[in-house]
Ligand binder design. Structure first.
Ligand SMILES: [Ca+2]
Ligand SMILES: [Ca+2]
Length: 371
């Protein structure tokens, strides 16, 4: 019973400390802000910690942090990324107070002349759901598919293209033939977008097929994609699986929900549509090494705000602009379990006699001490 007695004697709640660790659970890509009060909840006190002594790591690599907020209530900001695994989006970051960390770099830009900024950029909408597992998928192909189409049939999908600049774009539909028959070819699909036939494809056997077609029928509101399998190939069975579809389109530089991410050559840009003027702009070309931009202009535009900047860095960049409305909060913060106390002999379960019940009860006695 020694471990239980030790736990019972521990103070109910420790005061937050200016050294120690917390686990930060991230499930979306974006700029994260950790407030002093959220950290106090997990036993850490940011007050009095030198900014250089705040370390954030992810999978063993240091992640740069930006210390913001005033004197008594500092906050930590960083660019966090979701896990890319199919099974969990949760990515765990470790925050350590009292160990040398990496400060986010800041790069100075200037405000941009309105005449020099582009009107739109190349954006991609990718839609994919992993609903059915197909172990017979050929080597290198995805084994998870969205929907099965057994001809004759059709399936309909709707999507929106926020801030579409014009109706021109590219539609891509990734399919897999699931059946094989002596008929040649086995599969026939027709792709319709907003009631226009944009592509038709035939292929044979249990092979993947990527339909790619230019279209001028994209709509600013709701778009309807119909995948039709007419069942006219003569095959005894024509089953096709949908993997994903993608729409490449021109998008105006307008934030959606106070956030816009875009890729383009380093240069001059203007992004409108923020509900608040406190917009931060980040270069997230290297996601593990986000850089904060400074020196750009923020101006009111109607009842919203626009930012403009001219960046003299080189090459293709990925920019992320967010107002405080679009700053992410971690899915969860947790304090890692305390390491075993030094000097206490390890607990040795009693041998013989009552096996089973005793260790379980001891385990439950430990758990109240953990979050
Ligand atoms: Ca898939
Ligand atoms: Ca065939």
């Amino acid at each position: 019973m020694l471990p239980f007695l030790l736990w019972a004697c521990a103070p109910e709640k420790e005061l937050p400390r200016s050294s120690g660790e917390a686990k930060i659970y991230v499930e979306e890509d974006g700029i994260y802000r950790l407030t002093g009060s959220a950290l106090r909840e997990v036993g850490l006190d940011l007050k009095g910690v030198a900014p250089a002594m705040i370390r954030l790591t992810n999978r063993g690599q240091q992640v740069p942090v930006w210390i913001a907020g005033q004197g008594d209530d500092p906050t930590i900001e960083f660019y966090g990324m979701a896990n890319e695994s199919r099974y969990s989006r949760t990515n765990v970051y470790w925050l350590t107070l009292g160990q040398a960390g990496k400060t986010m770099e800041e790069r100075s830009v200037s405000s941009a002349e309105a005449a020099s900024v582009p009107a739109s950029f190349e954006a991609t909408l990718h839609r994919e759901e992993d609903s059915l597992y197909w172990p017979k998928a050929p080597q290198g192909a995805d084994r998870w598919y969205w929907q099965s189409l057994t001809a004759p049939t059709s399936a309909s999908f709707t999507f929106a293209l926020p801030h579409l600049a014009d109706g021109d774009g590219t539609l891509r539909v990734a399919l897999l033939g699931a059946t094989s028959d002596p008929a040649q070819p086995d599969h026939h699909v027709r792709i319709h977008l907003n009631h226009h036939l944009v592509a038709a494809a035939t292929w044979d056997g249990q092979e993947t097929y990527l339909v790619e077609a230019a279209t001028s029928h994209l709509l600013a509101g709701e778009n309807v994609l119909v995948i039709e399998a007419p069942g006219d190939t003569g095959a005894r069975a024509d089953v096709v699986l949908l993997d994903w579809y993608e729409v490449g389109y021109r998008r105006r530089f307008v934030a959606e929900d106070d956030r816009l991410q875009f890729v383009g050559q380093a240069g001059a840009y203007r992004v409108a549509g923020f509900s608040r003027p406190d917009v931060g702009i980040f270069d997230v070309t290297e996601p593990a090494n986000a850089v904060r931009l400074s020196g750009y202009a923020v101006e009111p535009e109607g009842d919203a705000y626009a930012v403009s900047f001219s960046d003299e860095a080189a090459g293709q960049r990925r920019y992320l602009a967010v107002s405080s409305m679009a700053i992410e909060q971690p899915a969860r913060l947790a304090r890692p379990p305390a390491p075993p106390t030094l000097g206490v002999p390890p607990f040795i379960p009693p041998t013989g006699g009552e096996r089973g019940g005793q260790p379980g009860r001891l385990h439950r006695h430990h758990s109240p001490g953990l979050p």
